[in-house]
Design a protein around this ligand. Sequence first.
Ligand SMILES: [Fe+2]
Length: 319
Amino acid sequence: MLRRDFLKMFGAGGIYYAASSAFSSFASTEAKIVTPTLDPKITLLLSDCHINGYLDKHPQHIRQTFCEIVAEIAKMECLPQRIVCLGDFSYLWGHKQDYVLARELLKPLTDLGVEFTVLLGNHDRRSVFLEVYPEYLKSTKIPGRVVSVVDAGAIDYIMLDGLVGADDRNMNDMGPGHGMFCKDQQDWLLAELPKWKKPVAFCSHWPIESLNVGEEPFANLLAKSPNVFGYIYGHKHRWRQSMVKNDSDTKSVQTLCIPSAGYWGDIGYAIMRTEGDISEVTLTQKGFWYPKPNPNIKIWNMITRENNGLNCIFHLPKS
Ligand SMILES: [Fe+2]
């Protein structure tokens, strides 16, 4: 029996046997139960999961890939302490079934104590999300929006809600393609950011170029805030690193786009490890496809090979 089959037999739950001798001797009295540890320095970054709760009607590859990712993470001997998920958690329309199923699919990790925080993308629907995840009603920094601050030890993540008007749209409308912060959220950012004490990464679903705060590009505010070390987003379904300048061309913000966890484009997840004065993000690319997997398309396989293992390093400011 292969080690991975053995692990599978006991579920992706992460409680596994470690034998002091070779694996084949697991049945011996030397076997003992080891509980995997959570590593506070590690964060799993997921985006654009597009979980489809209608099990029979929608593409199966999305959910299958997401489950593969969850199982792969659950087998890590040092688990990420937390998951930060960058929106488009629902398939396309923000249906309740999607959010209910998403919670179920994450259980192999959350049952092990992995913390989970998600923000909203254009395919989400805030009121439906809050029905299934009412805890955000209490934790949000901005009433009426889903804004989270995640304490990750040496750093913080501020997870913003750029979803505009999503609850006014028809049930089968796919949501607004652009992002926007409400006035209360903009005021909160302008008031809080100058006082922020720890190195902080900002997260939202949309590219930074499409967002404004106080009638200025969001990049202006982040570039002049000494404790901000980066901006992490989704929406594009591609791994993309770039330095975005403020509009006076004097400073820049390092940005990173995280691939989709199963829908289309670059497919995969990223592990962010913070140690000393850097946060290093490493991509595990599981595939590339549009609109669905096809192992015979050579260029897609090449993209996957080339992207897998790519790194992005954020340098942390001294706080
Ligand atoms: Fe998406």
